[in-house]
Write a protein that binds this ligand. Structure first.
Ligand code: NAD
Ligand code: MN
Length: 345
């Protein structure tokens, strides 16, 4: 039996409610897990002058992976503040952002959706090199696409497509990767991403490949999400498509993603700190519980991850819903129902 040391970074707002909920679910699995709670976020910044303290980074080095809640970020510029999740991605070289998008038995979810968005997580516009020209009238941002980062994210996409097929996520259908770009307008940057992904595709003759311009991708994702399997995209397009896709299957309270590198994984719910409902005990814990499942899967415990997913599916099918889904259940009730479903499975 393997032992895992897992960092919990609740962050701000409802992060402090949904991360403890996910911890209870993890604790009920009978795995050998140790938890380390670490500080990051806006409240941490106000207290310590940094959103990602050195102690947090140092403690992460001694963990196998982390579960991240949410942080509040001010919309205005605050000197010295940068989003800790973006800093973590860079610091730990978490180059792949994986977002499974799967139909849920809740109001507003499209049926028969089962896709995975694989988003490059380190470059593109997120290198955050912006400049205001001297006249103060023009702002310029640098967008970086490298062959190295494009190739390694493409490999992740094709490997995942294969693995999904093996786990028969889509029985009877051949695995497929859809490469998203805008190479018609940006032949050098997006052209490099496209060309690199198509070159990697040649190593995976068993996986079909197709390409899709990002704007029509947005359209088709909404119109016919059922037709997609693995969607591969550069950072910004992937960010936008990921959130849009979450809306197809029940929304912010349900969907999670994993930031994966070769040595570490940070899993997180899609949603933010939800200050409008923080402290009321009504935050939906499902997205963070599912993030915990993604974390376990990435650590090499797919069986435990599958158990969590099935338990969540049963609780949602039973209509045990928080108010964001139209129900009346509280965070604690949903959490207990998930644990009960786990124990009776
Ligand atoms: P949000 O996701 O926090 O909330 C949007 C709406 O969805 C709110 O009405 C909220 O109540 C609801 N909601 C979100 N999660 C929910 C849950 N688990 N259960 C029930 N309802 C839920 O987005 P926002 O309001 O735009 O941002 C609030 C703060 O969060 C901002 O400071 C923003 O910068 C930050 N944020 C952080 C992350 C992150 O940490 N990754 C992501 C998005 C936003
Ligand atoms: Mn986003």
């Amino acid at each position: 039996r393997r032992r895992y040391r897992i960092a919990l970074i609740p962050g701000d707002g409802i992060g402090g409610e949904v991360v403890p909920a996910a911890r209870q679910v993890l604790e009920s699995l009978g795995l050998d897990l140790t938890f380390v709670e670490l500080a990051a976020g806006w409240e941490t910044f106000q207290r310590e002058g940094t959103a990602l303290p050195a102690e947090t980074l140092a403690a992460l080095e001694r963990c196998h992976g982390a579960l991240f809640g949410a942080v509040s970020s001010p919309s205005h510029r605050v000197e010295g503040y940068t989003s800790p999740i973006i800093a973590l991605r860079r610091h730990l070289d978490l180059y792949a952002n994986l977002r499974p998008v799967v139909s849920a038995p809740v109001p507003g979810s499209q049926p028969d959706v089962d896709l995975l968005i694989v988003r490059e997580n380190t470059e593109c516009l997120y290198v955050k090199q912006e400049q205001l020209e001297d006249d103060g009238e023009t702002a310029v941002a640098r967008r970086v696409i490298t062959r190295r980062a494009s190739a390694r994210i493409a490999r992740v996409a094709f490997e995942r497509a294969r693995a999904r097929q093996a786990a028969s996520a889509r029985p009877g259908r051949s695995p497929r990767v859809t490469v998203v770009h805008k190479a018609n307008v940006l032949p050098l940057t997006d052209g490099l991403f496209r060309e690199t992904a198509l070159a990697v595709a040649a190593d995976y003759p068993d996986v079909a490949v197709e390409e899709q311009i990002v704007d029509s991708m947005a359209y088709r994702l909404i119109r016919e999400p059922q037709r997609y399997d693995v969607i591969l995209a550069p950072n910004l397009y992937g960010d936008i498509l990921s959130d849009a896709a979450a809306a197809l299957v029940g929304g912010l309270g349900l969907v999670a993603s994993a930031n994966v590198g070769d040595r570490f994984v940070v899993a997180e719910p899609v949603h933010g700190s939800a200050p409008d409902i923080a402290g009321q005990g009504i935050a939906n814990p499902v997205a963070t519980v599912r993030a915990a499942a993604l974390l376990l899967a990435a650590l090499g415990e797919p069986e435990a991850a599958g158990r969590i997913e099935r338990a969540v599916g049963r609780v949602l099918a039973d209509g045990i819903w928080t108010p964001d889904l139209g129900g009346t259940a509280r965070t604690g009730q949903v959490t207990r129902a998930i644990i009960q479903a786990l124990q009776s499975s």
